[in-house]
Ligand binder design. Sequence first.
Ligand SMILES: Nc1ncnc2c1ncn2[C@@H]1O[C@H](COP(=O)(O)OP(=O)(O)OP(=O)(O)O)[C@@H](O)[C@H]1O
Ligand SMILES: [Mg+2]
Ligand SMILES: [Mg+2]
Length: 469
Amino acid sequence: MTMIGLEIHCQLTNLQSKLFCSCKANYREFEINENICPICMGLPGSLPRLNKEAVKKATIIAMALNCSTPEKIAFFRKNYFYPDLPKNFQITQLNIYGDTSVGGSGSIMIGDKKIRITRIQLEEDPGRLIYEGSSSKNQITLVDYNRAGTPLVEIVTEPDFETPKEVRDFLNILSDILENLGVADPSLEGAMRADANVSIKGGKKVEIKNIGSFHDLEKAVHFEITRQESLSSRDIPIMQETRHWDDRRKITVSSRSKEEELDYRYFLEGDIPWVKIDPQIQQQLKLEMPESISSKKERYVSKYNIPAQVADVLSSDKFYSDLFEKSHTEKTAKEIANIITTDLMGLVDTREKRESSKLTATHLKELAESIQSGQISRNSSKNALYEIVKTGKELSVIISELDLGNVSDASELTDIIKQIISEESQAVEQAKSNPQTINYLVGKVMQKTKGKADPTLTLNLLKKEIGIQ
Ligand SMILES: Nc1ncnc2c1ncn2[C@@H]1O[C@H](COP(=O)(O)OP(=O)(O)OP(=O)(O)O)[C@@H](O)[C@H]1O
Ligand SMILES: [Mg+2]
Ligand SMILES: [Mg+2]
């Protein structure tokens, strides 16, 4: 049987400072090696001080993933030498003296399947290596320590996955949950990285380390299963080792034989005392936790009668569901859900487009109201939305500038209708004997007005002119 277990590293967002010092958590804003201090560089004599907000955020994640949360947490030193790790050890968490990491065992459901979470730990991110030069002769490695010491949460799962697809589904759901909690920004480059552990038929596990995109992770797991199956079919033993994903060649490549836990010489971080987690604070965090994706979805369906599939898409994306929450009224909810999921999602489908979009909740509200009042047709509303996203102009301005408003002036419409009646005498006769065929004439009016005729008014006027009820 194939067994796959994941270790997902996720950067915490909206924090002021790094995990153990007052350098900024948002290291991306800085010039290389400008966001560092003696503490995150591990200079002799410096002492770490734990960031309380980071502990809170990690605890919120633990709660959302149904993990137990301990009364006290402890930190450990994981010792290894690598140029991105200035102290030569990483401060992280473990459960060797009982459950002392921010989250104990928990689980999430992926469809009908339960994926167990082993633990959640809070740790510091290392620095970043930058490789320069193209050939092996002139290649040099530079180190940027701005990221060193920024808060990272590691979510470790049990080896409960059996296929690459289950892995992908899990990662999508997990990143939606983290984003919804407001603690992570998974669409940010490098914000979520994962290691995948793969074994087949009860054999040794192979770990593929540090894969930056979900897409690559799925491919790497798929490749690794095939590789192991191929070895096994030829009776070649599978070694326990660490591999990495070579994105260019689309294969996993051996990096080193895997350390055992002993090699890391884990020991308690004596510079940070055990921290008591006040049950009252835990209670408070639970109360302040944002509404879960599944409860949002249920509410959209039961309260506004939004179709389950639409509610599913809307609730699982924080950007869109926030927009929906800010813009909808009881009466416009369904219309707005529709605009967001059928039109807006296609217009702003990347992080860059979302950031440059000029659309506000007020725009959406006005757009839905204008559709409902017959001022603009559903069709023209798509063009209006495109303009709003691009320019941020007021809806009324866009309607008049682009002449998108419905033709709802009775005399103007009557003129058009009269003209059509004279051109379509056969269809008019048919409508008189079979009123349902009048839709053909409505269609003609729409054609002439480029879809802008107010549909209800058109129908009424048509009936009146033809003389049917
Ligand atoms: N037989 C197995 N097949 C596949 N995966 C496994 C198997 N046994 C354990 N795993 C997975 O291996 C991972 C172990 O992660 P853990 O962080 O505890 O150790 P580690 O990989 O040694 O640590 P690190 O990578 O941080 O140095 C878990 O995701 C677990 O589900
Ligand atoms: Mg690990
Ligand atoms: Mg690992």
